[in-house]
Design a protein around this ligand. Sequence first.
Ligand code: B3K
Ligand code: ZN
Length: 871
Amino acid sequence: MRDAQPKAIQLADYRAPAYEVTDTHLRFELHDGYTLVHSNLSLKQNGDETELLLNGQDLELISIKLDGKLLSEADYTTAEEALILSGLGASHTLEMTTRIYPEKNTALEGLYRSGGMYCTQCEAEGFRRITYYPDRPDVMSVFTTEIIADAARYPVLLSNGNPVSEKIEDGKKHVVWHDPHKKPAYLFALVAGDLQVRDDHFTTCSGREVLLRIFVEPQNVDKTEYALDALKRSMRWDEEVYGREYDLDIFMIVAVDDFNMGAMENKGLNIFNSSCVLANPATATDAAYQRIEAIVAHEYFHNWSGNRVTCRDWFQLSLKEGFTVFRDAGFSADMNSATVKRIEDATMLRTVQFAEDGGPMAHPVQPDSYIEISNFYTVTIYEKGAEVVGMLHKILGEEGFRKGSDLYFERHDGQAVTINEFVQAMEDANDVDLTQFRLWYKQSGTPVVEVLTQYDHAAERLTLNLRQYTPDTPGQTDKKPLWIPVQLGLIGHDGEDMEVRPDQPDFWTEDSQVLHFREAEQTFSFGGVVEEPVVSLFRDFSAPVRIHYQHSQSALRFMLQHDSDGFNRWDAGQQLMLHWIELAEKGRFKFTQDDIDALHTVINDVELDPAMVAYLLALPSESYIAESRPQYDPVAIHKAREQVMAALADTLSDDFKACYQRLNVSGDYQPVPEDMARRSLKNLALSYWAKADAEGVEAARLQFSSADNMTDQMAALRTLVAHGNQAEAEQALAEFYTQWQQDSLVVNQWLTVQCGSSKLGTPAHIRQLLEHEAFDWRNPNKVRSVIGAFANQALCHFHGADGEGYKLLADAVTRLNESNPQIASRLLTPLTRWKRLVPNQSQMMKSELQRIMDHGSLSKDVYEVVSKSLM
Ligand code: B3K
Ligand code: ZN
């Protein structure tokens, strides 16, 4: 908590550290109520600078010795959250003892307790809550860690690297770990608890044996198999696709219940939010299985992109996050359906990231200033960062990209580097100039591409005129044209792709069918086009831009049925649906026979991947619809979307029923792509059928009580809540709670279903659930399941006319501001969108932001978001 206005940190102020810490020895003594941390640091001077700044937050300093000599307060200065030693020489040994209070740590940063165990979270700046240290990523050190704790209560004591020794003396267990790889303090981890372990092995490409271990609380051992399998698949994939081999004898994962994010890539000791690692068929949905596979892979891939090569400073965060998301997306695409993965990623980008890029917290993929770095673990850094890497991949091709990544890892192994050095490696390996491309990292805002096409039948020539601009964002105006890869297809009347041959070959890459659009305005022409084609632009979502191009309704229906690019096929359907919803809002919606025929073709296409069919038939979400407009009225959007959904359900109800019955086959649950795809279409069909027909609700009721896996049970529950009557919904929810109240992760899903529901998720109901025995303010997963689900999914209630939804969110933020600032700040996001709402809502949202601001004593996290939102 602070009094004065917090200062912004600027990229331009970066200075290399005055001292390196070549070796770091730590000893932790875990006592009831407090922990003692002893450190012994070997310091080596870097340049001429003789001042050493050690970061420290909420620490009690017990002693400090320099080269064996005890220092007094006169020997050092203390600043805000720092301790400074001046007049130092070329090398020193610094020893310190601090006392910390993990039991009282509710921010879940540094060393804290979750359930009966101790665990850590040090990224970005949590290590400074453990001991005084140069807590910055460009200080990389070799760590040796000793842990001492009660042997009976904490039989498992873990840290990074390889185990060195272990003994029990006077009822205390002493364990020493050594990590031979230099790393920044943010990758440090410690775990202590009474945990059970599941072991496995992996033989690396060079034949080394690696012990794989997952540690969990005893009741969760039967939920570890899938994550271990996903880990082995990730290890193999990184060897095959990126040539990256694992580098320690042991790799550990620990599941903890109280965790601010999904997981953390600490060297050799990944710590996971239990919701992102634990699964068995009875308790986890297919979506959870897919999330687990992706996050296990993501954290594992960080071992190279993040740990072996790390970030120089936190402005370079996307260096590791954007690249690692790109890597995990490639993995998921290879393990499952690549098209479906692309649809999911683009949807996320176009709803959440575009909204961020158009709001008060807009920032470039490489920001140049921040107040609190925790606020910058954003969809822009992660997902837009991954898209930027993806565009490099499109521009350089598979082989060129791999040459670039090989050079990057080889050149910078063991270093803390910048995004510029990543791009440089891509340039050097491919002998290409990426100067203009670098703008993607520096300019915030979503570029708009306006497209005009003209076809000259007599000359058999197609002309494509492209114009680009990027709107102003806070602190940035007058943006320059970007290098935008436009993957292009021309579809003939027979539905087949025609040959694409632009008259400007320098701007065309044949292999990837990419047009290089690099100026504010560019015209491309294509000869030998014998008939007027349907132009399929930005195939595979080849650039994170907004496209302004008006396809005719018939062209969209044609693409929905024929585009060879799965992504654009789906996108054409979404555009059609957006149009229907707009008509519904104006009271003018009615299906045409052509629409119905197109939908029929899709639902009855048994050749197509069922997961793809499910996506083709799903309406755009309310958030996506909102994001497609400059200003929106969430309640009107909700009503219009409901009307179209009802029409779709009624028109195709026989097809949905038949589809459900065809796919509702019995057999053991397997979390494999084919079965997941079948279940996704089956459950979508069930939902539409139940919307149209009481018989469908009855089928949902039957599926709910007879399901032997959570995917089917949860889908049935969701359908009963959405389309059953009130009594049916309440009864199913009550039965579900009775069945699962002992399983916290399942209870979270139960909370989300209600809180995110446009039927049940009213502010009054949410306030009731905040008092429920299952709710706990200290647990981020519970907070997200109730308040997060409400504010991000139950949009018609969150934006209700009386402003109660906004008030509820602001109350929650104010409460969490003290106990867990990171979670408080994250929850705020929906309120930051106030300028985009219709006037009444907008005004009420702004007042709630002001009310938070007036509360005073705000954490840096909340202060930054609220103050920027009110500007
Ligand atoms: N690197 C962590 C995120 C840490 C967030 C700190 N507030 C997880 C990940 O991206 O893999
Ligand atoms: Zn990451």
